[in-house]
Design a protein around this ligand. Structure first.
Ligand code: SAM
Length: 254
């Protein structure tokens, strides 16, 4: 099954421990220069948990994601009228594809949260940055988080984990490939369906990047790097950081 198709149904319960409110508070600070009703793009919005919090701050938010199932959950959870688009990003298609769907240079800022950037492998990272740049106005901000090498090697590594949460249970098996710098996640889900459990399987692949690679892709796409901090704080990232928060600014805009 494609990534985030089986997982969509249980995603919000699986991520119940994520600090979305803390992330939104950090973003509020990062976007302090924006007008109250500025237009934001939630790139890889998933089920829209952060989208909803950003909307709650007064921003007008558009969500984009590749997964039909995740977007279905987002549409059910978000206020009617929230624009949601199914777009597969980072592919070899034209860089303008995202902009043509959501409006070229139409957004004041973009976000991409909870490890989504790690799904863009190799040249996919540059293509993602180019696509996001095309949807931002000159001077617009792009804040994203990214799992570090330390997280992929030391936390995910070759580990196994799982839990039984009553109406669903999961088994997560990880395979680290040092040459490719990727972790392959083999995920098995059992979701209660009446008196029985339905089994679903997904495979995800995440890659880590060096600072130089992210900076180089950002520059090629027309961004400057404003900051790299530790996990939605204002503390600079360190070699021990597991999740970094990057703030980029699209060139231009005086
Ligand atoms: C870990 S979830 C994060 C969702 C949301 N941002 C959050 O914070 O909960 C990763 C999301 O990235 C989306 N995604 C992964 N690769 C993608 C791609 N190439 N294009 C668009 N969306 C993608 C998945 O469908 C999924 O919804």
């Amino acid at each position: 099954m494609r990534p985030y198709e089986a997982l969509a149904e249980v995603y919000d319960r699986w991520t119940a421990g994520n600090d979305y409110a803390g992330w939104a508070a950090h973003l509020r600070g990062a976007f302090a220069e924006l007008e109250p009703e500025a237009r934001l793009l939630d790139v890889c919005c998933g089920t829209g948990k952060l989208t909803a919090l950003l909307e709650g701050q007064g921003f007008r938010v558009t969500g984009v994601d590749a997964s039909q199932a995740m977007l279905k959950e987002a549409a059910a959870a978000l206020p009617p009228g929230t624009p949601l688009h199914r777009v597969g990003l980072g592919t070899a298609g034209p860089a303008e594809e995202l902009a043509s769907r959501v409006g070229p240079a139409a957004h004041d800022a973009a976000v991409c949260t909870f490890d989504s950037v790690n799904y863009f492998l190799g040249e996919g990272l540059l293509r993602l940055f180019e696509q996001v740049a095309g949807a931002l106005r000159p001077g617009g901000l792009f804040v994203f988080d990214v799992n570090t090498r330390r997280k992929l090697e030391d936390v995910f590594g070759d580990s196994h984990y799982g839990d039984d949460l009553g109406d669903f249970a999961y088994v997560w098996r990880n395979r680290y490939d040092p040459a490719a710098r990727t972790v392959r996640f083999l995920i098995t889900l059992f979701t209660r369906d009446g008196a029985q459990y339905r089994k679903g399987e997904e495979e995800h692949l995440q890659q880590w990047y060096t600072h130089e690679e992210i900076t180089s892709a950002a520059r090629k796409a027309g961004f400057t790097v404003e900051s790299v901090t530790d996990d939605y704080t204002n503390r600079p990232a360190t070699p021990d950081t597991l999740r970094e928060t990057w703030t980029l600014r699209r060139a231009g805009g005086g």
